[in-house]
Write a protein that binds this ligand. Structure first.
Ligand code: PRP
Length: 220
């Protein structure tokens, strides 16, 4: 079957899962294993990008976290795991099925401790859409500067007055003498689904949600 502008949503029994590479992967794969899904441990250090697990009828696509919603929206992955931060920024047409409760952190406004209000401040961030919306809602005119990493550098070297970024342990802020000024929202990883896959593979997706739901409730 062909849907989504010519992209093929596999109608085989195999469930294609977009997994975020990097820091979320460890927690996500652990949760999947707790849910009884046999992801072999040696995949954790592998550089392979497509990993088949025939015994679970699943295929894992190892994606850059920010791209997970794109793979799912286009249906090349049926479901995916992605942080709420990326979901808010990317605003893709996907179903959000489950809060996995992993990779907990928060999206915050951060600045130097001696920060003083200026007219039309510059705000550096990896999340220009989230930041623009937040300051618009606050009625503040800001210039948003998009960076791709090490956002905390921006106020230290005079590129920006403030930043909007993720805080997990707070270590990066402490080590660079920055302070958290406001929290925009809490962030955890979510399970998302392609809209067509959700209908065509509903039984498999629902079963996965149920298993993950039990594993999440048994965690704490
Ligand atoms: C993230 C985030 C912060 C840091 C927060 O960066 O952007 O910089 O982690 O974590 P902490 O509160 O535990 O110190 P990441 O490590 O993903 O790399 P990046 O700076 O290149 O975006």
């Amino acid at each position: 079957m062909t849907v989504n502008g010519g992209m093929s949503v596999a109608n085989s029994g195999i469930l294609k899962v977009a997994m975020p590479k990097g820091r979320i992967y460890k927690q996500a794969s652990k949760l999947f294993r707790q849910a009884g899904l046999p992801i072999p441990e040696d995949f954790d250090d592998s550089r392979r990008l497509i990993i088949q697990v025939p015994e679970a009828n699943m295929e894992f696509i190892m994606a850059k976290p920010v791209d997970v919603p794109t793979y799912v929206e286009y249906g090349v992955a049926d479901i995916g795991i992605v942080g709420k931060d990326v979901l808010m920024e990317e605003n893709k047409d996907v179903y959000e099925l489950l809060d996995l409760g992993i990779a907990k952190c928060r999206m915050s406004v951060i600045g130097m401790p001696d920060w003083k209000p200026v007219i039309h401040p510059r705000v550096a961030t990896k999340y220009p859409s989230v930041a623009s919306q937040y300051f618009r809602e606050q009625g503040q005119q800001v210039e948003v500067i998009k960076l791709n990493g090490s956002i905390e550098l921006a106020p230290l070297i005079g590129l920006a007055d403030r930043i909007v970024d993720m805080v997990e342990t707070g270590q990066t802020l402490r080590e660079n003498g920055l302070v958290e000024m406001e929290t925009l929202f809490q962030v955890t990883s979510r399970l998302i689904a392609n809209r067509v896959s959700y209908r065509l593979k509903n039984t498999a997706i629902q079963e996965l949600c149920d298993r993950l739901g039990v594993a999440i409730s048994e965690r704490v």
